[in-house]
Design a protein around this ligand. Structure first.
Ligand code: HEC
Ligand code: HEC
Ligand code: HEC
Ligand code: HEC
Ligand code: HEC
Ligand code: HEC
Ligand code: HEC
Ligand code: HEC
Length: 442
């Protein structure tokens, strides 16, 4: 109500008159509702019971189009568009739209150059790029030339988070605010993010379910006060944080953000993790959320353990594996020309893109099973028993020398030819752990 209040008062007044005057509501807005109440009953009910319905934000307020819009068409006497993009929502919600459009979510549709896209298009094929990748990431929504200004069936339906819209805007707000209820209570719940943030390469949903935070949420949903207008952690609710709590919602000191990157310090996506720009500031933002329920030493302890795990993954596995892959590629010894036609490329890919990410995400969000059994356990198994043997098979002198040096001199790797009893003694007396001390100090 804070935005466009006057406009809405005027609008709601006229809309109310229209509704009261049923069935003779001959204005454009009134006709949409009257007819769609019959033609698409469920859709109408979702809208009617939503905050938009209650505040008389009509079908036409969102769907009206301007002459010259690429996707505008005449429908029952009115010029409308089916897509309602962040630019359209921005006319009433400018702040949310600005933050969304500045976030990493908005650029999630720019994936065609990635190795992931290569896999989908070459190993899979076009239909799976549409129904897989693009349904999460979004893609360019095209106009069907055969049906003037209607949306092309190859590119819509699509509610990908970084969709590229005909009006030049990026994203789709209904990726989180499912239509036509457009509810913030829904968006605050972890299921919202779970459409995309799950699975072998980024199992945030599963990690959350495993974590103490998820346990507290799922066993206390009724106490979460999800419908509150203002939803500050520790003030308006206290049992558990959700995805939105940590990454978006308000705390006692901090406002809601629609830029989901505002509170994370590392990027855990690439083969070797990096700290983001202004990582200290971003981390401080997240710590403010934690401090609603935990004290500073506890929070610092969490980050100490998390950083050490990321460093372990980076230093022990990701950097050597990446060096070795680079040398093998440079030596031009792989049997097949195309990328991903050779076994070792898949092994390397899964080490960083699946298993290594799972470990990092598990440590970030308190999911021990993902950190170890689905994470570093798999990384270690595939690194020592698949990746290294396959790399040695190419018999490239530079690679052989690199591996030999690593396995004999690197204290994290030189266990292979030692008696197990000595290693076990090292665990007991703590000398083995000392080899990893440096990872806590970076
Ligand atoms: C007399 C009935 C009627 C009226 C009035 C009406 N619609 Fe529709 N609308 C339909 C029907 C039936 C369909 C589905 C068939 C079709 O595609 O034409 C539809 C389809 C749509 C679609 C999807 C179109 C597409 O091809 O993607 C949108 C969006 C829509 N209506 C919005 C509106 C809005 C906004 C208004 C008011 C300006 C409105 N409708 C008025 C009956 C109506
Ligand atoms: C708050 C803005 C908003 C309001 C109000 C709104 N819509 Fe929509 N509508 C959307 C969005 C967003 C989409 C999804 C299009 C997209 O992907 O961008 C959509 C999609 C649609 C579609 C096509 C998708 C489908 O599932 O069939 C129809 C039809 C439609 N709306 C009709 C209506 C009607 C009728 C009303 C009023 C009862 C209405 N809309 C009110 C935002 C709105
Ligand atoms: C279930 C939804 C989903 C599907 C399907 C999906 N992705 Fe993703 N993708 C994501 C999410 C969520 C992330 C971000 C994960 C994170 O930050 O940990 C991501 C990350 C990425 C990244 C890393 C981006 C960066 O900034 O580093 C690329 C590239 C990518 N995906 C491409 C693809 C391609 C291409 C496909 C199809 C082969 C695909 N994805 C399938 C949800 C999906
Ligand atoms: C990644 C998921 C996500 C996306 C995408 C998203 N939102 Fe939100 N939105 C949320 C969450 C979560 C909240 C609730 C924040 C809170 O706890 O108050 C919210 C709240 C809102 C609110 C209520 C604000 C208030 O103070 O009452 C509006 C309005 C809103 N979003 C508009 C938008 C618009 C417009 C877009 C697209 C430009 C958008 N959102 C995209 C997750 C999302
Ligand atoms: C004509 C103005 C207008 C347009 C366009 C509009 N909204 Fe709203 N929206 C409102 C009003 C008014 C409210 C209710 C008061 C408030 O929460 O600010 C609202 C509330 C919301 C809420 C909070 C609902 C809740 O549960 O409290 C969300 C989320 C939201 N809008 C998302 C969107 C999205 C997404 C779009 C575009 C698809 C959109 N709005 C387009 C005016 C608009
Ligand atoms: C429709 C799919 C989808 C939904 C729903 C979704 N995300 Fe994302 N999210 C993505 C993709 C794809 C990326 C990766 C974007 C990239 O790297 O290009 C991403 C990235 C992120 C990032 C990393 C941002 C950064 O700056 O590196 C965070 C944090 C995040 N999402 C949190 C959330 C939360 C919290 C929710 C729910 C409230 C949510 N997402 C809902 C698809 C989604
Ligand atoms: C208790 C707070 C908390 C909860 C709950 C939480 N996260 Fe996170 N999330 C974090 C922290 C902390 C990080 C790591 C931040 C950093 O690197 O500084 C993170 C990192 C991420 C990233 C970045 C991953 C990358 O590849 O760079 C994504 C995406 C993400 N979370 C999504 C989610 C989703 C989706 C949910 C719910 C299913 C969720 N988070 C629940 C705290 C939380
Ligand atoms: C809304 C309250 C709340 C918020 C916010 C919150 N937590 Fe928690 N956290 C809890 C509860 C409750 C537990 C379970 C305590 C127990 O084990 O009895 C917990 C447990 C933990 C644990 C121990 C996990 C385990 O398995 O023993 C860690 C670590 C943790 N939180 C870190 C964080 C960090 C870091 C943040 C911020 C990114 C955060 N928490 C935000 C409520 C919260």
């Amino acid at each position: 109500m804070r935005r466009g209040f006057k406009l809405l008062v005027l609008m709601s007044f006229s809309s109310l008159m229209l509704l009261a005057a049923k069935p003779a509501d001959s204005t454009v807005e009134g006709k949409c509702m009257t007819c769609h109440k019959e033609k698409t009953k469920g859709l109408y009910q979702q809208w009617y019971h939503s905050e938009h319905g209650k505040h008389n934000v009509t079908c036409y307020d969102c769907h009206k189009a301007e002459k010259g819009d690429a996707d505008a068409f005449m429908h029952e006497g009115a010029l409308i568009a089916t897509l309602v993009t962040p630019k359209d929502c921005a006319s009433c919600h400018p702040n949310e739209a600005k933050q969304t459009m500045e976030s990493h979510h908005a650029t999630a549709g720019q994936i065609l150059q990635s190795n992931d896209a290569y896999l989908a298009h070459v190993i899979g094929g076009h239909p799976v790029a549409i129904t897989g990748c693009e349904s999460c990431h979004g893609a360019k929504v095209e106009i069907d030339p055969a049906s003037p200004n209607k949306l092309s069936k190859t590119s819509w339906p699509n509610s990908g988070i970084g969709r590229i819209n005909p009006d030049g805007s990026w994203g789709s707000c209904n990726a989180c605010h499912t239509r036509h209820s457009f509810s913030k209570a829904q968006a605050r719940q972890p299921e919202t993010c779970g459409k995309c943030h799950l699975g072998p390469d980024h199992p945030q949903k599963e990690i959350y379910e495993e974590s103490k935070h998820g346990i507290m949420y799922f066993t206390n949903v009724d106490k979460m006060n999800l419908k509150a207008d203002v939803w500050r952690v520790g003030v308006d609710y206290y049992e558990a944080p959700t995805c939105a709590t940590c990454h978006m919602s308000a705390s006692a000191q901090m406002a809601v953000t629609h830029d989901v990157g505002d509170r994370i310090s590392w990027t855990l996506r690439p083969p070797i993790s990096k700290k983001l720009d202004k990582s200290d500031k971003r981390r401080d933002n997240m710590k403010q959320v934690c401090s609603a329920c935990h004290e500073d030493q506890f929070i610092a302890g969490h980050y100490y353990q998390y950083d050490a795990l990321v460093n372990l993954y980076n230093e022990k596995f990701a950097k050597p594996a990446t060096d070795i892959m680079t040398m093998i590629k440079k030596a031009d010894v792989m049997k097949h020309k195309a990328e991903f036609a050779n076994d070792i490329e898949w092994v390397y890919w899964e080490i960083w893109h699946h298993e290594g990410r799972r470990a990092r995400h598990g440590a970030a969000m308190m999911g021990p099973d993902y950190t170890w059994w689905h994470g570093i356990y798999e990384v270690g198994k595939h690194f020592y028993l698949k990746f290294i043997p396959e790399a040695l098979e190419y018999d490239v002198p530079e690679v052989n020398a690199y591996i030999e040096k690593m396995l004999s001199e690197n204290k994290m790797h030189n266990w292979i030819d030692k008696p197990a009893a000595d290693l076990k003694q090292g665990i007991k007396d703590g000398s083995l752990q000392l080899n990893y001390k440096v990872l806590f100090e970076q």
